[in-house]
Design a protein around this ligand. Structure first.
Ligand code: SF4
Ligand code: SF4
Length: 127
């Protein structure tokens, strides 16, 4: 009896379509809630380093002097913490997944282009 049960399962498994997709040859399904990869708007980043401090996998490196923001996509576990903690909301989560790699790509480095606005000059007091 157990043999027939097992044979039935084996035949069904052979005839059914695979439960997995041969990604990346077949694109992965995405929804609006999918976490694909972190994207930065370099024109708004104030180099505060909050994302680097909060990242649990140490995937982010903020260079204050060099004005760079870098991410190691292979270290990133797509937890969304950096997106949530960024005070100026210049990080977003794109639902498109990072392409697969055949070699370790290293850090992806972005030049920060944010320029701090100058304070308006104080008006001289009139007597
Ligand atoms: S999504 Fe998470 S793991 Fe990836 S860089 Fe942001 S904080 Fe780090
Ligand atoms: S991305 Fe956001 S949290 Fe990270 S250094 Fe820039 S402003 Fe700060």
């Amino acid at each position: 009896m157990a043999f027939f049960e097992m044979a039935k399962t084996a035949i069904r498994t052979v005839l059914e379509r695979p439960a997995t997709r041969p990604y990346p040859y077949v694109p992965a399904k995405r929804t609006g809630l999918s976490r694909g990869h972190v994207v930065i708007d370099v024109s708004r980043c104030i180099s505060c380093g909050m994302c680097m401090k909060k990242c649990p996998s140490e995937a982010i490196c903020v260079g204050r002097e060099e004005k760079t923001w870098a991410i190691d996509r292979l270290r990133c576990i797509v937890c969304n913490s950096c997106v949530e903690v960024c005070p100026v909301k210049c990080l977003t989560m794109d639902p498109v997944y990072t392409p697969s790699f055949t070699m370790r790509p290293g850090m992806e480095v972005f030049d920060i282009t944010y320029v701090k606005p100058e304070r308006p000059a104080k008006k001289e007091e009139t007597e």
